[in-house]
Design a protein. Structure first.
Lengths: 262, 327
């Protein structure tokens, strides 16, 4: 484990060196993402000018939800997004070859080697914003629950990333440029909506098979509602399912990997 | 030791008729064809041996290298490298092997080579002292010390290959797969890489499998060559065996300064002894081995010779003719 942390420290160092070389890219991404977060926040506030409740949540819960998912998004953008961009390219171009010959996890290299140093600014800003919303939340929040809420946020970002990888790993079989990334992008918008707006099978689907509602909605429910044990079980169950699918698909994908011609 | 038994590898390749109509047809009714990259391939390589894998494009050399290094799975057959099954990807095996691909970079493009080496130090868990000693030795020998702090993308192709070699050898592998290490390099850089490989081998004695289209690489570095054609082995032996088996003829070269003497030699040379042709001021005779003595005598008696040599046929031509005939 410490070896992988040391390897990750190298990735961080490399990513910072690289990011600072390209100044325009560095600042463009910061502004682009902040604008996206601003629009999300305004969008829900405008809706609450016309209604008091949405999917069973009042405006305070909704603001906490928005702050949660933009933090998860910033976390994803910082730690994972660049890797998801390169993931199918590395497989199609045969760049995986060298990682497969190293005495370390090839998945670790492909999934974590790129760190977006510029997005770290947004991660800090969204972290402060989430802290502000939590601090000003009108109902009392249990400190223990807040303590559990923080790893649930990280798990939400991991879950988002791993679900994305399931769609990207199709390139092992299809050799298409982006796998089923577009299908993922169409579905991932569900994460930006409270789970309460979905009913019946649709709701079950987004809480299990495609767990977009597990990523941000359930952590907020865990924090603000009373049935915390069942919510926690649901989050852990859905996460384990997705992580297992990624593990199995990766093994099968490597078996099917044909590299690229020289 | 490397042992390959009855190895087969098939690739399923999507087939498409040309043009828009073909694209639409392939969308609804996709046709696949099976490409046999390796067919019942057998090979044994002993400790410390260096072999050259030769074959035209698509002969199966790179596929074999990728199976041996554990990158791809075979369709069937058995492989053991240093006692390991490569595609199980055990770390103990990966710690002992290295792959160098002339057409693919392993170092971070935007960073100095030394940064990449530090990452490799962590991956292979090389003790700090050994790491710096090896950097010193390799960079000294490859004469690349000054370039280690320059971004890899700013290095010349030759310098890049040198740092790639360093990256692959830092952990002192027991088996090294070199896939076209001199491709695209100028003659000086090719020579430097060859000289380095030779010296490294002398010092550390690893098993090496070299794939190259440059015959100079093969002749200078390999004791044994394996010629592949369409996924099968068509020759396995040393260069002498190759000459004995396939080069039934030898080449006699005579430097004749006077034009009329050259013309006379060409006119009088008996066709039954072999082929004769004029290349500038040189006369070249390609003659069966058993006629070498008689042909030489005839040529020496016939004209005033400034220089004279007898050599084997060019190995490239022999291999080309094997590739064409298939045996």
């Amino acid at each position: 484990m410490t070896r992988y942390l040391r390897l990750y420290a190298h990735f961080l160092r490399f990513s910072f060196s690289k990011a600072m070389e390209f100044r325009v890219d560095f600042f463009f991404r910061v502004f682009m993402d902040l604008f996206f977060y601003f629009v999300q926040f305004v969008f829900f506030n405008v809706i609450y000018l016309h209604t008091n409740m949405l999917g069973g949540w009042n405006i305070d819960q909704m603001q906490l939800f928005v702050a949660t998912y933009i933090f998860i998004d910033a976390f994803h953008m910082t730690f994972f997004a660049n890797n998801t961009w390169w993931f199918p390219i590395s497989i199609n171009r045969g760049d995986l070859d060298y990682y497969l010959t190293r005495p370390a996890s090839s998945f670790f290299f492909l999934a974590f080697k790129e760190f977006a140093a510029n997005s770290l600014i947004n991660l800090l800003l969204t972290g402060f914003f989430l802290g502000y919303i939590l601090f000003n939340y009108p109902e009392p929040l249990s400190p223990l629950k807040i303590l559990v809420f923080l790893p649930l946020l990280i798990n939400g970002a991991f879950l988002y990333f791993m679900t994305f990888l399931i769609f990207l790993m199709s390139v092992f079989w299809t050799s298409s440029p982006r796998g089923f990334a577009d299908v993922f992008y169409a579905g991932e918008k569900v994460m930006h909506r409270p789970d309460g707006i979905f009913n019946g099978y649709m709701r079950k689907f987004f809480l299990t098979i495609l767990p977009f509602s597990v990523m941000a909605s359930l952590p907020v429910r865990f924090l603000t509602e009373n049935n915390e044990t069942s919510i926690l079980v649901q989050i852990i169950g859905a996460s384990l399912l997705i992580y297992s699918i990624v593990f199995i698909l990766w093994r099968l994908g490597l078996k099917n990997y044909s590299s690229a011609s020289s | 030791m490397i042992k390959v038994e009855h190895l087969c590898k098939n690739f399923s390749v999507h087939k498409k008729e040309p043009g828009f109509k073909g694209s639409v047809a392939s969308l609804f009714n996709r046709q696949y064809t099976t490409k046999k990259a390796l067919i019942d391939f057998n090979l044994t390589i002993n400790e410390g041996e260096i072999i050259g894998l030769i074959g035209s494009n698509g002969a199966g050399k790179t596929t074999l290298t990728k199976i041996l290094s554990g990158i791809i799975h075979p369709t069937s057959g058995k492989v053991s490298v240093l006692g390991f099954n490569p595609w199980d990807k055990p770390n103990e095996y990966r710690q002992k092997m290295a792959l160098i691909m002339g057409q693919k970079a392993q170092l971070w493009w935007d960073l100095p080579a030394l940064d990449g080496f530090l990452l490799l130090k962590e991956i292979y868990q090389i003790p700090t002292r050994d790491f710096y000693d090896r950097i010193e030795f390799l960079s000294e020998y490859l004469q690349i010390k000054e370039q280690l702090n320059i971004q890899v993308r700013r290095l010349s192709l030759g310098e890049r290959m040198k740092v790639e070699l360093m990256a692959a050898l830092l952990h002192q592998p027991k088996v090294i797969f070199l896939d076209e290490p001199t491709i695209g390099l100028d003659l000086t850089a090719q020579k430097a890489v060859r000289r380095f490989i030779k010296e490294y081998r002398k010092q550390y004695n690893p098993m090496m499998i070299l794939t190259s289209h440059y015959m100079d690489d093969i002749e200078e570095l390999c004791e044994r060559i394996v010629i592949m054609k369409e996924g099968q082995k068509v020759f396995d032996g040393n260069i002498e065996n190759l000459h004995q088996k396939y080069a039934s003829k030898k080449v006699i070269k005579l430097h004749v300064f006077e034009d009329d003497q050259r013309a006379e030699l060409i006119n009088r040379f008996p066709k039954s002894l072999g082929q004769i042709e004029e290349i500038g001021k040189t006369v070249q005779i390609i003659t069966p081995r058993e006629n070498v003595s008689e042909s030489s005598k005839f040529a020496l008696n016939c004209s005033e010779i400034n220089d004279f040599s007898i050599s084997e046929q060019d190995i490239g031509n022999i291999i080309e003719s094997i590739q064409r005939s298939g045996h």
